[in-house]
Design a protein around this ligand. Structure first.
Ligand code: NAD
Ligand code: UGA
Length: 431
């Protein structure tokens, strides 16, 4: 079993560290955030991620997982060094590599001889060379090993991946990284670093394109009177299309699709290819935010002055507390800009938690402790994130406490007949 340092203990780093320790490796996770490290050392999980608490607890108890402040403290005795730091969007659309370069610079002098540095962050083509240059260590190999996990199912995705991709010009280093996954049953693909980096961006951009396509089809369905749920079901029977990733919604978002799609367009532009297809994919997504916001704005048409909308769901999808680039927020920005008051509820965003105001200081909405206190006196109700609990709303109770009767279901979560039976007007997506 190997010794592994994880540099950056966020959604990817913490999952990677906990899963590698579960597989039997000795793992030290490092971060620059002292508060996060203190909480983890006390066994507290700072994010919402199914199954992660059990693995972290197991790792701490077995002595195979620990947490330290500062990358160098984790790397000084490890054989593998996983860079899991942020690569946010820079001003020009390209990925900002400053965190990656800073992390590499921090560990360069302490790396044991012949250790391997692994890029797990999503990084532009050529970044293995950038890291190797910053490290300046001819005895240390740099390998690309992009991550394909989804938030909400991160642990299961890591332990049961569709594939493990390893990019390296150094055959021996690639084999050593592949061996870390020996207890995982998945195809392991070894390629060159540039191809590995391209696989990651191409995968995310393809999935984002699929979603923009399905949202455009939903708009078409509304125009021609088709039901998008039946349309995607009928499409999905064809294995060349597949059933996955065909749910229309308020637009797609999250910490990766928007930035990675823009970054790929920029990579292409810098390489001399105008990948205008991706710009259109992004534009269709913006249109979807606009269209969803317009449905919410329409839903309060004629309502009494000062009445509000209930927004159910703020995170970018269910199963996570991540608010970064959330479609719900994109929609609510447009709704509040139209002068409409919003009271929101999300099971992962508590009123006394300042995560929302930290990321979106300008967003003026009121966070409520449950759907019904948010719905008191509301003109309409909108479902923006597909949390399971919203499928079981008590419409008898809502009919008593709301002053309006409009429901906008931006995730097609509800059976429309349920609210309609209680006298509500129902609008979904593409049906
Ligand atoms: P995150 O913001 O949740 O976590 C990154 C962590 O790195 C933070 O805790 C931060 O404090 C820490 N950090 C920054 N600089 C550091 C340094 N010098 N030393 C130690 N720690 C440092 O980010 P994330 O969502 O885990 O994403 C990380 C990378 O993985 C990004 O490139 C992202 O595109 C990619 N990725 C993310 C996902 C996902 O679902 N979130 C999936 C696949 C790939
Ligand atoms: C996505 C990819 O699915 C992962 O493979 C990848 O590793 C990750 O990005 C990353 O690189 O960070 P994630 O951002 O966690 O994972 O979320 P997804 O489940 O892909 O959802 C992204 C967005 O698409 C969400 O807003 C979600 O609501 C939306 N979506 C997804 C739909 O609207 N319809 C669908 O059918 C699926």
């Amino acid at each position: 079993m190997a010794s592994i340092a994880i540099i950056g203990t966020g959604y990817v780093g913490l999952t990677t560290g906990a899963c590698f320790s579960h597989l039997g490796h000795d793992v030290i996770c490092a971060d620059v955030d002292a508060d996060k490290i203190a909480r983890l050392q006390a066994g507290e999980i700072p994010i919402v991620e199914k199954g992660l608490d059990r693995l972290v607890d197991e790792g701490i108890r077995s002595g195979k997982l620990s947490f330290v402040l500062g990358a160098a403290n984790a790397s000084k005795d490890a054989e593998f060094h996983y860079l899991c730091v942020p690569t946010p969007q820079g001003d020009d659309g390209a990925a900002d590599l400053s965190y990656l370069e800073a992390a590499a610079a921090e560990i360069a002098s302490v790396l044991p001889n012949n250790s391997v540095v692994v890029n797990k962050s999503t990084v532009p083509v050529g970044s293995t060379r950038v890291v190797a240059r910053v490290l300046g260590r001819s005895d240390v190999a740099v390998v690309s090993n992009p991550e394909f996990l989804r938030e909400g199912t991160a642990v299961s995705d890591f332990l049961h991946p569709d594939r493990v991709v390893i990019g390296s010009g150094d055959q021996e280093a690639a084999i050593r990284v592949a061996a870390l996954y020996a207890r995982i049953a998945a195809p392991i693909m070894v390629t060159d670093p540039v191809s590995a980096e391209t696989i990651k961006y191409a995968s995310n951009a393809f999935l984002a394109s699929k979603l923009s396509f399905v949202n455009a089809i939903a708009t078409l369905c509304e125009a021609v009177g088709a039901d998008v749920n039946d349309v995607v079901l009928g499409m999905g029977y064809d294995p060349r299309i597949g059933r996955e990733f065909l749910r229309p919604g308020p637009g797609w978002g999250g910490s990766c699709f928007p930035k990675d799609t823009r970054a790929l367009a920029k990579i292409a532009q810098d390489a001399g290819y105008d990948f205008h297809f991706l710009n259109e994919v992004l534009r269709v997504n913006d249109d979807q935010f606009d269209r969803t916001a317009q449905k919410l704005i329409d839903s309060v048409d004629g309502a009494a002055e000062g009445s509000h909308i209930v927004a159910l769901g703020l995170t970018f999808k269910a199963g996570t507390d991540d608010l970064r680039d959330s479609p719900s927020i994109e929609v609510l920005k447009r709704v509040t800009a139209a002068g409409i008051r919003v009271k929101a509820y999300d099971p992962a965003v508590l009123a006394d938690n300042n995560s929302l105001s930290r990321i979106y200081p300008e967003l003026d909405i009121e966070i409520m402790p449950d759907p019904y206190s948010a719905a008191e006196g509301a003109a309409s109700l909108a479902i923006l994130t597909e949390w399971d609990e919203f499928a079981w709303l008590d419409f008898d109770k809502l009919a008593e406490i709301m002053i309006g009767r409009n429901i906008v279901d931006a995730r097609n979560l509800l059976d429309p007949s349920v609210p309609r039976r209680r006298g509500f007007n129902y609008r979904g997506v593409g049906r």
